[in-house]
Ligand binder design. Sequence first.
Ligand SMILES: Nc1ncnc2c1ncn2[C@@H]1O[C@H](COP(=O)(O)OP(=O)(O)OP(=O)(O)O)[C@@H](O)[C@H]1O
Ligand SMILES: [Mg+2]
Length: 285
Amino acid sequence: MIRIDGLCKKLPDGRSLLNNISFSVKAGEFVGILGGSGAGKSLTLRCVMGLVQPTAGDIIFSRTKASGEEETFCIQNLSERRLREARRDMGVIFQGGNLVKRLTALENVMMGRLGHISPVRSWLYGFTDQEAKEAYEVLKSMKMEDYASRRVGNLSGGEQQRVAIARAIFQKPALYLADEPVSSLDPKNARKVMKLLKPLSKDKPVIGVFHQPHLTAEFCTRVIAIKGGEIVYDGAPDLDAATLAMVYEGELEEVAREPASVAADASSGFAAEEVASLRPGTITP
Ligand SMILES: Nc1ncnc2c1ncn2[C@@H]1O[C@H](COP(=O)(O)OP(=O)(O)OP(=O)(O)O)[C@@H](O)[C@H]1O
Ligand SMILES: [Mg+2]
């Protein structure tokens, strides 16, 4: 479980970037965060990861230790060492996959557990055969086993994103955080990745930042919309046209138009019904 309570981030000049962001996400929930550019979506995730120190507010993270004991702590109060430990329990999936391009898909998946093994073993990339087998099984569950020995730099964006998800799964985190995991993908691959993310939320909370309201409506269990650093919507994933217009204001047309431009690319594998679901008219009031 992750609980964000009264999160605020102000700049030294007094400008407010986040203002009283509060929400909690538990296992079983796949929460999609929507909002225009510069709204504060990534900043919120960066605070959760302890990469940015908030000006005020608490980020409370619960995880089950190997001993089975439940542990709860405030992310922003942790020492560097404890924060690194806490991050091992956060499976992070970013746009572009933040993978090591010169390593193979299998090696990248195994990197997900680097934080869990001793420094000497990690320095030598000393994974056991059993760990390699497990990593292979996770790749297989993503239908990526044929790519196991391929260098990640030579894989397509969609394939790389599946490797990134496999790596996060192999990490066995207590929480999944995804920042625009499908933004660089064509609609067909974006849907594939959403289909892989959704089941992760069965046991662990999943929070993802998206720019595609039609995908969050279809796959997420709940949507939170951020605007100007504040939560302006928290509820059912299928936002109505008026709410979407309020969230995106002037950007709404761009959000609606963007995927349609991919439709012009015949090689993208864009399904006709997806084009229809994205027409500006469907979400413009
Ligand atoms: N470390 C920082 N110092 C100063 N300003 C920052 C910092 N990090 C983010 N910001 C500002 O905070 C605001 C929110 O940024 P954030 O990255 O969260 O936007 P976003 O909602 O993720 O937008 P996008 O959809 O474009 O990725 C932006 O105006 C950004 O310039
Ligand atoms: Mg962002």
